[in-house]
Every structure is written in C-alpha cells, then in structure tokens.
Design a protein around this ligand. Structure first.
Ligand code: SAH
Length: 222
C-alpha cells in the first residue's frame, strides 16, 4: 500500500467519526448498531469521483439521472426508525447509489432492493458486490408494486417521495413490521412511519423532509 492511499483512508475514517458525532449523535440518533455501521461504511465510494471531498458533508449529493444520495442524517433517521435487530428481511424502494442498501445489509438478514433506473441499479450492484455484500437481491422495476413473491417483509423503506403510501407495500408488510416513507406533494413532504398490527396500520409523523419523486403506478406519473 502506498503512503498516499494510507493517508486518504485515515482522512475518511476521521471524516466518518465527525459525521457521526456532529450530524447524527448531536441530532438525537441513538441506535448503537446504526451509528457503528455508519462509522464503518465508506460513503466516499458511493458518490461521483468529483464529489468525493463532499461525501461526508451534511447534505444530499447528485448521483446522475437527476437523482441524489440522501443526506447522512436522513439515512440514519429512516434506518433507526425501522428498529432492525439483524433477523429481518427488508424491502427497499429506490436503490440509487446503494449507500442506504449497504447500511440495511449490514443491519438486517437480507435486503430486496428495487430501482426504476437500470443504469443506477447496475452501478450499485457492481459496487456492493465489490464491497463484499452477498445478502442483497436486486430488481430493475417499478418499486411501488413491491416484490410480492418475496413478501412479507419485517421492514420496508421508500427513499423517494409519493402522494401516498402505495397499497402493495402495506399489503407486503409483515405483522409487527415497520414501513418508512416520505409522503406529500412534489415539493415538500413529511416522513411517515407505519407500524402494522394485524389489519391495523398505526401512523407516526416524523417531521418535514424533501426527496426526489417516486415515479410509478402508485406514485407520481413522471
Ligand atoms: N437511497 C438512495 C436514494 C436515491 S434517490 C441513495 O441514498 O442513494 C431515490 C431513488 O428512487 C432514485 O434512484 C429513483 O430513480 C428511485 N425511484 C423513484 N421511483 C421509483 C420506483 N417507482 N421504483 C423504484 N425506484 C424508484
């Protein structure tokens, strides 16, 4: 290993420590497993080369195709709300860069991730397998339909915003399962968490947010 590479790696570890302390712990993220996973996951690998210097900054970044990798705090908040213990099968809609996917794969048994833009999915798949992940299944499709033949899921996460929660995703949520998704207009949304208890869906509001559009049969029409 050359000196330059070693220096770079040390810098990112420090950047990750700072991100966790200043952006996550300070704002109330408590789940030890989430904090530990974000301390070790190389977010710099999930952003475009020209933006590597901003990988640990407190905001989303463009990933091409008019899409974004979410702000670290938003990733932590949504992940924490799923209360993952390690045995869950998780459905993720909106693979994007694959950063959120990787975090889920570290914290749960397996991840089923769906992305509507095939080029983004392919890029994420190559990166995630090069990082050694083997518990992720990928699909290029309209995620608002869910993944019926792999349901039920103990956790569902949607990282794009729609006008309402797609009915197929509620159907595919296991009893006792959690779903988190931004819901609202095209310009601004609220983060919503649903907990399923039998046929009852208990709704919690988690505050304002702004995501790219969920485009599909049960989302926005383009
Ligand atoms: N978690 C990702 C977020 C990417 S942005 C990250 O942090 O990198 C949201 C993603 O949702 C985009 O890549 C977009 O193409 C995708 N998306 C939007 N509508 C979708 C749908 N109906 N099915 C699957 N993916 C969708």
């Amino acid at each position: 290993m050359n000196t330059k590479q070693t220096t770079t790696q040390i810098d990112y570890r420090l950047a990750r420590e700072r991100m966790v302390a200043n952006q996550l712990v300070r704002r109330g993220i408590k789940d030890k497993r989430v904090l530990e996973a974000m301390r070790s996951l190389p977010r710099d690998r999930f952003v475009e080369e020209a933006l590597i210097g901003e990988a640990y900054n407190d905001h989303p970044l463009p990933i091409g195709f008019r899409q974004t990798i979410s702000q670290p705090y938003m990733v932590a908040l949504m992940t924490e709300s799923l209360c993952l213990q390690g045995f869950e099968r998780v459905l993720e809609i909106g693979t994007g860069s694959g950063y959120q996917t990787a975090l889920l794969a570290k914290l749960a048994e397996s991840v089923y991730t769906i992305e509507r833009i095939p080029a983004l999915l392919d890029k994420a798949r190559v990166l995630l397998s090069s990082l050694g992940f083997t518990n992720i299944a990928y699909k290029a499709y309209d995620g608002t339909l869910g993944w019926p033949d792999r349901a039920p899921f103990e956790a569902v996460i949607v990282t794009a915003a729609g006008p309402s929660i797609p009915a197929p995703l509620l159907d595919q949520l296991a009893d006792g399962g959690r779903l988190v998704m931004p819901v609202g207009s095209r310009d601004g949304q609220e983060l919503v968490k649903i907990v399923r208890k039998g046929d009852e869906y208990i709704r919690h509001r988690m505050g304002g947010c702004r995501f790219v559009n969920l485009v599909g049969l049960h989302g926005w029409k383009e």
